[in-house]
Design a protein around this ligand. Sequence first.
Ligand SMILES: C[S@@+](CC[C@H](N)C(=O)[O-])C[C@H]1O[C@@H](n2cnc3c(N)ncnc32)[C@H](O)[C@@H]1O
Length: 123
Amino acid sequence: MTNDNYATDDRIMQLFWDWFDPCPLTDNFKVDGLKMVWCDRTYVNPPYSHPEPWIDKAIEENKKGKLIVMLLRMDTSTKWFKKLQEHGAVFLWINGRLRFNNLKPANFPSMLVILYKNHSFEG
Ligand SMILES: C[S@@+](CC[C@H](N)C(=O)[O-])C[C@H]1O[C@@H](n2cnc3c(N)ncnc32)[C@H](O)[C@@H]1O
């Protein structure tokens, strides 16, 4: 991936098409999604070059009672993964490889991360 403009695979977008998106696809965003108040149902496919501020923001908004789903690279070695785990996020592994922009398959595995309202799953 050479930039951050990767549209969600249609197979995932079918699930979240009417959810609030704080970082819609654009070359030149005018409204900073990190500074907005997020909606009750927010779907986030953040810039892959620097996802951590989006994870911090998602945790902050979830603490205020928002249901948040994030599409992220499956990378359990990162600091941001540990933050999500400690927060009680649920990780859903996606089989195979997504097709960002519906083009060729990504060269890494992906996951959906769910931050439920006032709730986490243990065991
Ligand atoms: C991986 S793309 C996801 C696009 C779209 N949300 C989707 O799922 O198809 C991330 C987008 O976020 C935009 N972006 C980056 N930083 C942003 C910010 N601070 N506020 C709003 N958008 C931002 C980028 O320009 C890029 O188009």
